[in-house]
Design a protein around this ligand. Structure first.
Ligand code: BDP
Length: 327
């Protein structure tokens, strides 16, 4: 009798334990546009592994790579609404939702990648992060996306005049349209997933991106002139929906923040190696790479982008100057 009681007690106890786990355990859904072996993807997986381990499985995360949860502009809206729990975004397409992020989408705003790291890890990152928080996006770590350069199937670009008449795909943000138009090119905002086919069928002549994206998407197969204008240094962000964040316990929030930061450290290391590897792959695949000795003419041609932006966003002038005067 006593034994039976003890047995029933143990059974009841384990049922309660199962019930308690299923009530509190949560699996977060993460959005990612990149292929699984991309530096961003590997760093996101390490973020997921760290939170699962440190919360003893109470908080886990599943990452949907390859953009299967939708385009980047849509995913940014879904993060704000809490439909997607977390994701890794370029600050480029975030400009329509978070005006502060537009500052880093201005051409040639950062003088170098190390300068970008320094500023994003300091005052500039804080100001942009506050803007994101105010719109329902919690930044967890700043990732590297190198510098973006033009590629196309028609001719190498050595001067701004070479862009004239070319149809160039840009990320969804008016700033990039005016950037291409400042050199008399034709800009077409388009989802990342559509670019390969659009170049192949001649809908556009080319696009612009960093070496790992140019390579991992195989765009180099259809647009073999890669001209290292390095006109945009746009940082990226691992971030969480504020809706999701607010449901976490303070302990879980600390773990998520720390895991976000350590994943950014890993991503930055992986990025350097992948950039070099990607350049080798595209060149072995027949890409004609040209460097631009003097970027001055491009900076000059793109100056109207700043004028227009500052006229429309006078409240962001201080942030722009903070970056420009940092050297
Ligand atoms: C890549 C970014 C990705 C963008 C893509 C693009 O990592 O977030 O979606 O460029 O051009 O470099 O759309």
């Amino acid at each position: 009798m006593t034994k039976n009681f003890a047995f029933r007690g143990a059974l009841l106890g384990s049922c309660l334990a199962v019930a308690a786990t299923s009530v509190t355990a949560k699996e977060l859904r993460g959005w990612n546009i990149h292929v699984e072996d991309y530096p961003v993807s590997i760093a996101m997986e390490s973020f997921a592994a760290e939170i699962a381990e440190r919360t003893d499985g109470e908080l886990t995360a599943k990452i949907f790579h390859n953009g299967v949860l939708g385009s980047q502009p849509d995913a940014i809206e879904q993060i704000r609404l809490g439909v997607i729990d977390f994701g890794e975004f370029s600050l480029g397409p975030m400009g329509t939702s978070v005006p502060e992020t537009n500052v880093v989408s201005l051409p040639f705003i950062f003088s170098s990648i190390p300068k970008m790291y320094e500023l994003m890890d300091g005052e500039v990152g804080e100001a942009i992060g506050a803007g994101m928080m105010a719109r329902g996006i919690v930044p967890l770590g700043w990732y590297d996306a190198g510098a973006r350069s033009f590629y196309n199937s028609v001719r190498p670009i050595n001067t701004p005049a070479d862009v004239e008449g070319l149809k160039i795909r840009v990320m969804s943000n008016d700033l990039f349209v005016s950037m291409v138009e400042s050199m008399d090119g034709n800009a077409t905002p388009m989802a990342f997933a559509e670019v390969y086919q659009s170049i192949q069928t001649g809908v556009v002549d080319g696009a612009e991106n960093n070496p790992p994206s140019y390579e991992s998407t195989s765009h180099f197969e259809v647009a073999n002139f890669y001209s290292l204008t390095e006109h945009l240094i746009i940082p990226e962000c691992l971030c969480m929906s504020k809706v999701t964040w607010d449901k976490l316990t303070p302990e879980q929030q600390t773990i998520v923040k720390e895991a976000g930061r350590s994943s950014a450290t890993l991503q930055r290391e992986l990025w350097q190696a992948r950039e070099a590897a990607s350049m080798e792959i595209v060149q072995a695949g027949g890409t004609v790479v040209n460097t631009i000795a003097d970027k001055g003419p491009f900076q000059k041609a793109m100056a109207p982008v700043y004028e227009k932006f500052l006229a429309e966003n006078p409240d962001l002038a201080d942030l722009v100057n903070l970056i420009r005067n940092a050297d």
